[in-house]
Structures are given as structure tokens and as C-alpha cells.
Design a protein around this ligand. Structure first.
Ligand SMILES: *Cc1c(COP(=O)(O)O)cnc(C)c1O
Length: 233
């Protein structure tokens, strides 16, 4: 193993440990929280190093970069690829043809295109609705009150399967503000789950806030920096 591959393995161990500790504090099992390794801007060799160390879920933010990496990792068939970045409508075809999950759905138009473009030989695309939990003008996502309408639309799309909600909370907010946002999101998630037995995923928490996210019901944390190191962009 190269030194860099070793450091990825060490970081993965640390992140898994952090997840296990946060889970234990809320009487949850570590298995109830999935770890999505966010590999955006990082080379395929980093993905392979994490894979060697047991990591199977990977998240990408940019369509072209993601598709290239997926094609370069065809020999690793049990990798599961998640698209987590903003979606332009001229990119939906590539997302529909290559990814297993999409975390960043915030409008009907994009959902409709993904449904129409999902190849028939593939499983339904697993969908999370992105919520703009802190109502930030600069950020994608629907407001909490608009979740039910979009959820209903997705539920009627045969090639999509609604699995839950995703959010990127405001950076640098106080813990008090974070708690307010996280608990509002958790409540919306539990309500959505009541109406749809397929809903089982709350994608919340990144390198800096994953423990708090797990306290508020996260079932999938998206971790980049803490596994692969800092990014140039
Ligand atoms: C980049 C990114 C992450 C990972 O963030 P880190 O702070 O590096 O862990 C998670 N989710 C989304 C949507 C991202 O764009």
C-alpha cells in the first residue's frame, strides 16, 4: 500500500469509529447509518484505496467527472454510485444512465426527465428530495412545506423510487441553530415515512457535523474531507 492509501484506510477507520460512537449515544446500531464516501475531485486511485478497505458507497457532485470514474471502475461491480450535486436539465440523461441514487432532486422537471431517461434494464433510480433547510438563497432544495407535493409527484414515477430526504445545513451556524434545523428536518422525514413505507433514508451530516446529524436521525452521512483529505475545489 502507498502512504496515501494507508492514510485513507486510517481515516476510514476513524470515521467509522465516530459513526459508531454517535450511534451508541442515541441507542442506535452502527449498521443503521450508511457511510457515503464523497470522492469529488479525487482520483480513481483514492476510490480504489477506499474500496480495498471495504467502502462501497461513493458520492460524486459533477456529472462528467462522475461518469468517467464510474466507467473506470467497471471492474468493481458492487460499488454503489450516488449523485449528490446540483442538476442541470441537460445532464439528466447521463445521471439516469449511470448512477444508482440521486440525492439532489428539488423540482418536478428534473424528476420527470430522470424517470423518462432511466434505461429499462436498470433498477429504479433511488431518489432523495433535497431540502433547503435554512432557506438559503444560494442553495438548492425545496422548502420543508413543499416536500409533500414533490414526494407525491415522485411516487407516481415508475422508474424512480423515493427513499427520503437530503439536506446541506448552513455552514458556520451556531449549534443552537443547527439543532433547530436538524430537528425540523427529522420531523419532516418521520412524517414522510408515515405515508410511504419505502422511505428509509435521511441523508444528513458531513465531515464536520456527522455526530450531530446522527443524533437527529441521519441514516446516511456524506463524508469527503475526513476520508480523502482537503480539496482544491
Ligand atoms: C462535498 C460534499 C460533501 C462532503 O463534504 P465534506 O465536508 O468534505 O465531508 C457532502 N455532501 C455534499 C452535497 C457535498 O457537496
Amino acid at each position: 500500500m502507498t502512504t496515501h492509501a494507508k492514510s485513507i484506510a486510517t481515516h476510514l477507520t476513524q470515521v467509522r469509529q465516530q459513526i459508531a460512537e454517535a450511534a451508541a449515544r442515541t441507542n442506535r446500531t452502527p449498521e443503521s447509518i450508511a457511510l457515503l464516501a464523497v470522492s469529488k475531485t479525487k482520483p480513481v486511485s483514492d476510490i480504489r484505496a477506499a474500496y480495498e478497505y471495504g467502502q462501497r458507497l461513493f458520492g460524486e457532485n459533477y456529472v462528467q467527472e462522475g461518469v468517467e470514474k464510474i466507467q473506470q471502475c467497471q471492474d468493481l461491480p458492487d460499488i454503489q454510485w450516488h449523485f449528490i450535486g446540483p442538476i442541470q436539465s441537460n445532464k439528466t440523461k447521463d445521471i439516469a444512465a449511470h448512477f444508482a441514487w440521486v440525492h439532489s432532486i428539488d423540482r418536478e422537471k428534473i424528476a420527470r426527465r430522470l424517470n423518462d431517461q432511466r434505461p429499462s434494464h436498470m433498477d429504479p433510480l433511488q431518489i432523495l428530495i433535497q431540502v433547503n433547510i435554512d432557506d438559503e438563497a444560494s442553495k438548492a432544495g425545496v422548502s420543508l412545506q413543499d416536500v409533500p407535493q414533490l414526494a407525491e409527484f415522485i411516487a407516481d414515477c415508475p422508474n424512480l423510487r423515493l427513499r427520503g430526504l437530503m439536506a446541506i445545513p448552513q455552514a458556520n451556524s451556531s449549534e443552537e441553530e443547527q439543532i433547530k434545523s436538524f430537528s425540523a428536518l427529522e420531523a419532516a422525514f418521520l412524517e414522510l415515512q408515515q405515508g410511504d413505507p419505502n422511505v428509509d433514508t435521511l441523508s444528513l451530516g458531513m465531515s464536520n457535523d456527522l455526530s450531530l446529524a446522527i443524533r437527529f436521525g441521519s441514516t446516511m452521512v456524506r463524508v469527503g474531507t475526513a476520508i480523502f483529505g482537503t480539496r482544491e475545489r
